[in-house]
Design a protein around this ligand. Structure first.
Ligand code: AMP
Length: 414
């Protein structure tokens, strides 16, 4: 299938060809015709699936009729509002709107927090048709009366699950109240949790659902590997792997704050620069740690799932599950931090025998087995050994016995 058959206008089809896109991605194939037809859409698609183009392209076509050359700001009200959880995503989505919108004379802009309001106020006053915004800053502008949302025709909520995780639900509700009742709603989320279904139920009208295989389940971009190891040797193994593969920017997940703090100080004492991020830390401390990590001064950032949710970091080369999460869904969230759009990322899980059930849960969700390998010098006494699954593949099941030096499905690393 090509972009021609989706119903987009010829100039947008030409434009995506210029961008080098040969074929629509699955989420684009499914969502673009629905958005063009004016439906509300609830789409499960992660970053890296091409989801941004899946809403930006059809929005441009739907709003094209409003394009005009009037100098009056009143002739350029906000028609499409795209709400996103983080500043980084806001910038990326805005760039996509600019790129794809080259041939459509509608005015895009982006507003997010952490930077002065004034330049954004000037921009909004000049008249903006497609606005990308983070929730808090958008409400600041509403409070200042610098933006009027009464003519919004299309609302997009991108990474809606992350917005909920970050506590934006009250802000979202306030924003919705400012919009016309009659509008088109598009909601994108990495997963369809209960919370997301509930939220979509209150915001979307008779939505069409689009679900594409999660990028991680397809496991193209992220190389996943399990290291069976004894629980009391995990920190040593982690240090060993970080040094052996000269890893930088490693995001390590633990289940508890205490484990995060302990592990970070253990690594730090051993000369591997590490910091734990958790909610007990002040905002300046968190920001400092995060900046150090992004700059490469801190090699390892240790976080719990909850703490990691508020972190504006993606595209990491390495994610380590020091402990598997209680919820298999969290495994997908965790490894989604790596290997974006073509970049290869690696997700390493250090799994002890007591986590065999958790590993099974993750593999069930992924619908496949994760390859595993035993590191020399870290052969566990007992480990979660794969047994054949019906219909091929392997399932991890707890078993006794000593492991071999390497294993089926294990791969040689570098
Ligand atoms: P997204 O999931 O929207 O963050 O997009 C991930 C990346 O895929 C971006 O860098 C896009 O430029 C790229 N992309 C989007 N659609 C396509 C396509 N149909 N073919 C190839 N690359 C694409």
């Amino acid at each position: 299938m090509t972009f021609d058959s989706l119903g987009l206008s010829a100039d947008l089809v030409r434009l995506v060809a210029e961008e080098g896109y040969e074929r629509p991605t699955p989420v684009q194939k499914a969502a673009i015709p629905l958005v063009l037809a004016g439906h509300d859409v609830l789409a499960a698609a992660q970053t890296g699936t091409g989801k941004t183009a899946a809403f930006v392209l059809p929005i441009l076509d739907r709003l094209r009729g409003h394009a005009n050359t009037s100098f009056s700001p009143a002739r350029h009200p906000v028609r499409a509002l795209i709400v996103v959880p983080t500043r980084e995503l806001a910038v990326q989505v805005h760039e996509s709107v600019v790129t794809y919108g080259r041939t459509v004379p509608l005015r895009p802009a982006v507003v997010y927090g952490g930077v002065p309001l004034d330049p954004q106020i000037q921009l909004l006053r000049s008249g903006i048709e497609i606005l990308v915004a983070t929730p808090g800053r958008l409400l600041d502008h509403v409070g200042q009366k610098t933006v009027n949302l009464s003519q919004v025709e299309i609302l997009v909520m991108d990474e809606a699950d992350r917005m909920l995780d970050m506590g934006f639900l009250p802000d979202i509700r306030r924003i919705i109240e400012l919009l016309p009742v009659k509008r088109q709603n598009l909601m994108f989320s990495a997963t369809f949790s209960e919370d997301i279904r509930r939220l979509s139920g209150t915001i979307l009208t008779d939505p069409k659902t689009v679900e594409v295989a999660p990028r991680n389940a397809a496991a193209e971009a992220v190389a996943q590997i399990v290291y069976p190891v004894d629980r009391d040797r995990k920190e040593e193994l982690l240090e060993h792997l970080v040094r052996k593969y000269e890893m930088r920017q490693v995001l390590v997940f633990t289940r508890t704050k205490l484990a995060a703090s302990r592990l970070a100080s253990w690594l730090d004492r051993r000369g591997v620069e590490a910091v734990a991020i958790h909610s007990d830390r002040s905002q300046p401390e968190r920001t400092r740690a995060l900046d150090g990590f992004k700059a490469g001064d801190i090699r390892v950032l240790v976080a719990t799932d909850v703490a990691a949710r508020g972190l504006d970091i993606e595209d990491l080369p390495h994610v380590v599950n020091y402990e598997l999460p209680w919820q298999p869904q969290d495994y997908i969230h965790r490894i989604g931090r790596t290997g974006r759009a073509g970049a290869t990322g690696e997700a390493i899980s250090l799994v002890s025998i007591d986590e065999a059930d958790l590993l099974r849960g993750v593999q069930k969700l992924l619908k496949r087995a994760i390859p595993w390998t035993v590191e020399d010098g870290f052969v566990p006494d007992r480990h979660a050994e794969p047994r054949p699954l019906r219909g091929g593949g392997f399932e991890s099941g707890a078993s006794g016995g000593r492991s071999r030096g390497s294993s089926p499905g294990g791969r040689s690393r570098r």
